[in-house]
Ligand binder design. Structure first.
Ligand SMILES: O=C(O)CCC(=O)C(=O)O
Ligand SMILES: [Fe+2]
Length: 318
């Protein structure tokens, strides 16, 4: 495990080579992920299978899209009555939100939920190619996590076999002002595993155990990975869903955030491997994932006046 910026770096190359020779390097990479998940809950992956030129092109086209006049962007808003788990297409954080960004939400290309802008040309293709590659990466990292968690082979792949709740957000953060610079307030992700592709501006930060904010600096071609609440609950807090935020800079920042998720109907509770089998008490009561997703959505659409009323995974803590 090497360090670049402050985050652990995991080289996934061994997972793309066959044969016994890769075995030892695969074990080393798995160990690096295990360490990173127990401490930071955040790491950087390289040689991850998503081509650098594709990420760069998608970011460039995303920047061209968000630079369009508001009326043009508004044409990519979600249609009424869509069955999508969350509204697909273009949206901007409500004016009363502390988060200052706009975004385009994209679900699996084959699900038929997506709304794309007419311009710039090639945007849809680049986004969908990223989506496909990030899904493959999600499946790979999930297998590595399965190993890190000492679960029976293939457990997570079977448990989380439905890909219809995964989504990709193309985000643009507005430039900071003299008065304030919040892009996304401190939070934990609710899903399983998150992947962040970012431009060179910076601003994503992770809270470490000492209470310091550590920048997840942009390193070209790399992808930032963090775990979400579902993994924290399944592992009964052995793996961490890290607190992070985005601080705005003097210029626009663009990122793609892929939420490798779990189906809304799934029942989530600490697994026996982390409770009964090792004589530990469950730290969460079970819940249907969609209920948690809806509560989190409400945090955004109707931000509570008191910060302590924002729903976190602690809502289900025992
Ligand atoms: O834009 C980023 O770098 C991260 C955004 C984020 O944390 C989120 O959307 O949950
Ligand atoms: Fe996040």
């Amino acid at each position: 495990m090497a360090a670049s910026g402050a985050l652990p770096v995991v080289d996934l190359a061994p997972f793309f080579t066959d044969g016994d020779e890769g075995g030892a390097s695969r074990a080393r990479a798995t160990e690096a992920v295990r360490q990173a998940c127990r401490t930071h809950g955040f790491f950087r992956v390289v040689n991850h299978g998503v081509p650098a030129h594709l990420m760069a092109r998608a970011l460039e086209l995303s920047s061209a899209f968000f630079a369009l006049p508001d009326d043009d962007k508004a044409r990519a808003r979600a249609p009424e009555g869509s069955e999508a788990p969350l509204p697909a297409g273009y949206a901007r954080q409500p004016a009363h939100s502390a988060d200052k960004n706009e975004y385009l939400l994209v679900f699996g290309p084959k699900l038929g939920f997506n709304v794309y802008p007419a311009e710039p040309s090639g945007f849809r293709e680049a986004v969908e190619e990223c989506y496909t590659k990030l899904t493959e990466l999600g499946l790979l990292v999930q297998e590595v996590l399965n190993e890190c968690m000492d679960l029976p082979p293939g457990f997570l792949t079977d448990y989380n076999s439905d890909r219809s709740f995964d989504f990709l957000a193309a985000l643009r953060y507005f430039p900071a002002t003299e008065e304030e610079d919040n892009g996304i307030s401190a939070h934990e992700d609710g899903n399983c595993i998150t992947f962040v592709i970012q431009d060179g501006v910076g601003g994503l930060e992770v809270l470490n155990d000492d209470g310091d904010w550590v920048p997840a600096e942009p390193v070209e071609g790399s992808i930032i990975v963090n775990l979400g609440d579902v993994i924290q609950v399944l592992s009964n807090n052995k793996l961490k869903s890290a607190t992070h935020r985005v601080v705005r800079k003097p210029v626009h920042r663009h990122s793609f955030v892929f939420f490798f998720n779990i189906h809304g109907a799934k029942w989530i509770e600490p697994l026996p491997e982390f409770t009964a089998k090792i004589g530990e008490a469950a730290r969460y009561r079970g819940f249907v994932y969609n209920e948690y997703m809806q509560l989190r959505m409400r945090n955004k659409t109707h931000p509570p006046a008191r910060p302590e009323d924002v729903v976190h995974i602690t809502h289900y803590a025992i």
